[in-house]
Structure formats: C-alpha cells, structure tokens
Design a binder for this molecule. Structure first.
Ligand code: NAD
Ligand code: UDP
Ligand code: UDP
Length: 319
C-alpha cells in the first residue's frame, strides 16, 4: 500500500514509519522539520520504497496515496506554545488540506488527536463520551482547541464527503527519539538525571499522567487504521502515576543522588489524566504491554547514547 505519514520525521511518526516500512509498504514522509529531525528516518533515505518531502501542511499538496496517518503538529507544550498562531494553522489549515487530499484520492485518513481534547477533566478516567473541560482562551488552547476543530473537520468530511476517517485520542506517549530539549516530562527528567542536574517538578508533583510506551501506541494506531471503527478511540496506558512518582522512578533508575526541585505549575495544567481504554480493548483488541519501568529503561539508554555523543554533556555513568 502507498501510505502518507505527515509529521513522519517526528517522535511517533518515525516509529510508525519503521513498522510500515518493515511490513513492506511504500511510505511518503511529509514534514517541515519544526520538531522532527532527519536522523529519525535516516535509515530509510536510500530505500526505493521511501520518499521524504519537506513540506508545510498549511499549504496544499497533491499526492496519490491510499492511507494517510496525519500526525503533523508539535506535541510538547513548549513547542506548541512557541508560535501558537502557527499551531492553530497547522491543526486547522493543515488538517483541512489533508482531508481535502483524502477526499480527492479516496484515501483513509487517521487523525492523531489527543487527550488534551478533554482539557482539565472533571471525570476520571476519561471515556470517549466525555466532552471535556477546555479553556478557549488559555495558553494551551491553540493545541487543545486546534485538535478539537481537527476532529470536527474529520467528522464533517466523513458525513459530508464520505471520507473514511479514523480518530485516535492519544494519551502521553514516551520513548526513544524524544528531543532532548522537548520540554515534556519524561524527556526532561531523564536528561536532567543523566546530566546530574535537579529534576524540575512543576507544582507539588501531585498531578497525574498515564504513560504509554511508543511501540504500544504505534500498534494501536495501525490497528485503528486497518479496522472498521471510526472512533474516536482513546489510545494510552491506563497505569496512572503522580509526576512526583515519575521523578522518583527516574531518579532511582539513573542517578539516586540527583535532586528534585519544585517549580511553578504552568497555567491550565490538567490535574489528572488517565484513559479508559474499554473501547480500544473491545473494538481493536488492543492494550499496552510495556510497563513503565521497562519503557523508561529503553528511553534512558537511548538518551544516554545520544547525550554521550555531545562533548559538552557530563553524563552520570552509573547503572
Ligand atoms: P513531534 O513534535 O515529535 O512530531 C510532530 C512532527 O510534525 C514533527 O516532525 C514536526 O516537524 C512536524 N510538523 C509540525 N508542524 C508541521 C507542519 N505545519 N507541516 C509539516 N510538518 C509539521 O510530536 P509527536 O509526539 O511525535 O506527536 C505526533 C502527533 O501525535 C501530534 O499530532 C501530536 O499532537 C499527537 N500526540 C502526541 C502525544 C504524545 O504524548 N507524544 C500525545 C497526544 C497526541
Ligand atoms: N487539497 C490539497 N490536496 C489535494 C486536494 C485538496 O491540499 O489533493 C486542499 C485544497 O487546496 C483545499 C483543502 O484541501 O485547501 C480542502 O479541499 P476541498 O476539496 O475539500 O475543498 P475546496 O478546495 O473545494 O475548498
Ligand atoms: N512537568 C514537570 N516537570 C517538567 C515537565 C513537565 O513537572 O520538567 C509536568 C507538567 O506540569 C505536567 C506533566 O508533567 O503536569 C506532564 O507534562 P508534559 O509537558 O509532558 O505533558 P502534558 O502536560 O501535555 O500532559
């Protein structure tokens, strides 16, 4: 099959491409390299079944494909808040263009939506029926509301133009290839512990998240794409941790001497987050298999290798 992956040079996109290429598909990776990197897809560049296009999805593009995994959008609060207007354009104009493309070539499109559509949730764990508690005018809104309108566009193209859509609501995902300056919690803690600097816990660390290892997530995305259900479907790991528990786990695994430093909680930071994955289990026969300890170990090893190649980094060598 010929498959387009938007945001394919990013964290999740590049892991997805690895699996699609291994399965023998023809893959087009489309990326503007805002947070993605060529090194993530380097191993495929000479492969005749792989094509890389540097393109910004806010501009139209004509391609012939059978499936579209639409992932292009910065995912870390630091990056999506850097240029919030651009984040809105990527979600609105970018998704519109990809849906227009899917309509023209009759491709199936999977939208990478997010647990952020639930905002700071009032029900716990979050089911797909929950409509969310999102601030329309806050600093996270460019992303949260951007993804909400992206979902709306997908369902309107489905109803109006019969575009085959799949909507995944992805919960916090981590693993190798996250950027070292990504700003998200797992990469921050791992990099800080490896460098021997204090782990920055925002607020009192009692807020919770549920962390899914990237290989589990990629399997879920592919099962959703190739199954019969439109969604939305939550994809994430239901094991919930406080941020302080995560800091302590990383500390223990990398550098028991590292300190924990409390910093102010960012505005609109959700208090609790955990997916109800009943739909994914029953509709897709999918659930995560990699526990946090195992996924963290693989992530730590990847960061250790990458940081070691940078001469300016002083890395804690234990464990
Ligand atoms: P990422 O930042 O590593 O990847 C996003 C990719 O999209 C990057 O390669 C970036 O260069 C590219 N991109 C951004 N704007 C673009 C544009 N206008 N045109 C073309 N390319 C553009 O993030 P990720 O963690 O891999 O996330 C991928 C998708 O999954 C995103 O849509 C994100 O919203 C969604 N998601 C991720 C998580 C998570 O925890 N990682 C959680 C929920 C949802
Ligand atoms: N589009 C695109 N590639 C295509 C087809 C459409 O980028 O192969 C863009 C198109 O330029 C438009 C958007 O997708 O901005 C929506 O297209 P649609 O055909 O649904 O709407 P229209 O062009 O009629 O406004
Ligand atoms: N966080 C933290 N220290 C950091 C980075 C993040 O305590 O160095 C917290 C953040 O306030 C949030 C949680 O960790 O409560 C997850 O943050 P992340 O940016 O990874 O994802 P999101 O908030 O989008 O779920």
């Amino acid at each position: 099959m010929r498959i387009l992956v938007t945001g394919g040079a990013g964290f999740i996109g590049s892991h997805l491409i690895d699996r699609l290429m291994t399965q023998g598909h023809e893959v087009i990776c489309l990326d503007n390299f805002y947070t993605g990197h060529k090194r993530n897809i380097l191993k495929w560049l000479d492969n005749p079944y792989f094509e890389l296009i540097r393109h910004d999805i806010t501009e139209p593009i004509r391609l012939e494909v059978e499936q579209i995994y639409h992932l292009a959008c910065p995912a870390s609060p630091v990056h999506y808040q850097f240029n919030p207007v651009k984040t809105v354009k990527t979600n609105v104009l970018g998704t519109l263009n990809m849906l227009g493309l899917a309509k023209r070539v009759k491709a199936r499109l999977l939208l990478a939506s997010t647990s952020e559509v639930y905002g700071d949730p009032e029900i716990h764990p979050q089911t797909e029926e929950y409509r969310g508690n999102v601030n329309t005018i806050g600093i996270r809104s460019c992303y949260d509301e951007g993804k909400r309108i992206a979902e709306t566009l997908a369902f309107d193209y489905y109803r109006q133009n019969h575009v085959e859509i799949r909507v995944a609501r992805i919960f916090n995902t981590y693993g190798p290839r996250m950027l070292e300056n990504d700003g998200r919690v797992v990469s921050n803690f791992v990099v800080q512990a490896l460098r021997g600097t204090a782990l920055t816990v925002y607020g009192d660390g009692s807020q919770t998240r549920s962390f899914c290892y990237v290989s589990d997530l990629v399997k879920g995305l592919m099962r959703l794409m190739n199954g019969e259900h439109t969604g939305p479907i939550n994809l994430g790991n239901p094991d919930e941790y406080t941020i302080l528990e995560l800091a302590e786990a990383v500390q223990k695994m990398v550098n028991p001497d590292s300190k924990i430093k409390l910093e102010p909680l960012p505005e609109d930071d959700p208090r609790r987050r955990r997916p109800d994955i009943t739909r994914a289990k029953t509709w897709l026969d999918w659930e995560p298999t990699i526990p946090l300890q195992e996924g963290l170990q693989l992530t730590i090893e990847d960061f250790r290798d990458r940081l070691a190649s940078l001469p300016e980094n002083r890395i804690h060598s234990d464990s």
